[in-house]
Write a protein that binds this ligand. Structure first.
Ligand code: NAP
Length: 249
């Protein structure tokens, strides 16, 4: 399949996990990809993997919680490839685990800065460049915790619920201008984000999914690649779980 041929895409948090799988799949389907991450080692490894597979990509370091770094990232797509058609705002952190009354104020702010404000900054600078390119598709990565709560993760849950609302508002604003904006809600996915959990906790998480296991980054990337492509031309303003049945319970 070559359905992203000729398109230029940005993926944030592409140095690991879900973002890496999305960047690899975009490139495999023909897009030129701006691989971005705050982690230069991981980001450059993703770039190497894409190039080794014959894809087209560049790496650009950016911390999504810093507005000007988002602007520079969006501009780098124009500078390298001359246009911007697709953005996957994927970078995110799990944050501290604590009940609300014990949640540190700095911990709260950090999660909101990366997971919610980071996507606002991203879209703020991506949209004008997509408009110049004749339209585009933005896919934001939330979580099942954009739809339901999770005890001891108040900041993460709030940031991902906020991201669902932000996506809907932005979709309403730019639908007539040829930009679609959607948000994907993965359940638990096997990535380094879960590295602090021991095997017993991971086994417990698997049982929360009616399909009987946690997901893989590629299973999320397949949905994201579809929403990013012209095959999803009537899809905008929507939240798409990819969750092994988690939210059906
Ligand atoms: P991951 O493996 O930890 O990858 C996230 C990447 O984003 C890492 O390379 C990380 O760098 C980078 N990053 C962190 N803060 C950043 C910042 N301020 N600016 C730019 N990059 C930053 O996590 P993942 O599981 O692939 O998660 C990707 C997205 O999916 C996140 O938005 C997450 O909330 C969401 N998600 C994940 C799961 C899951 O179970 N894994 C479930 C639902 C939703 P460092 O390693 O240096 O921090």
């Amino acid at each position: 399949m070559n359905d992203l041929k000729g398109k230029v895409a940005i993926v944030t948090g592409a140095g690991s996990g879900i973002g890496r799988a999305i960047a690899e799949l975009y490139a495999a389907r023909g897009a030129s990809v701006v691989v971005s991450d705050v982690d230069e080692v991981g980001g450059k490894e993703t770039l190497r993997m894409i190039e080794e597979a014959g894809g087209s990509a560049v790496f650009r370091a950016a911390d999504v919680s810093k507005p000007h770094e988002n602007e520079a990232l969006a501009e780098s797509a124009m500078a390298h490839f001359g246009r911007l058609d697709i953005a996957c705002n994927n970078a995110g952190i799990g944050g501290a685990i604590n009940p609300t009354a014990d949640y540190g104020i700095d911990d709260w702010q950090h999660v909101i800065d990366v997971n919610l404000s980071g996507v606002f900054y991203g879209m703020k600078y991506q949209i004008p460049r997509m408009l110049k390119s004749g339209g585009g598709s933005i896919v934001n990565i939330a979580s099942i915790l954009g739809a339901v709560g999770f005890a001891n993760s108040p900041a993460y849950t709030a940031s991902k619920h906020g991201l669902v609302g932000l996506t809907k508002a932005t979709a309403l604003e730019y639908g007539r201008h040829g930009i679609r904006v959607n948000v994907v809600g993965p359940a638990f996915i096997d990535t380094p984000l879960l590295k602090n959990l021991d095997q017993e906790m991971l086994d417990g998480l698997a049982t929360l999914h009616p399909i009987g296991r946690i997901g893989t980054p590629l299973e999320v990337a397949e949905l994201v690649a579809f929403l990013s492509s012209d095959a999803a031309s009537f899809a905008t303003g929507a939240y798409y779980p990819i969750d092994g049945g988690y939210l059906a319970q």
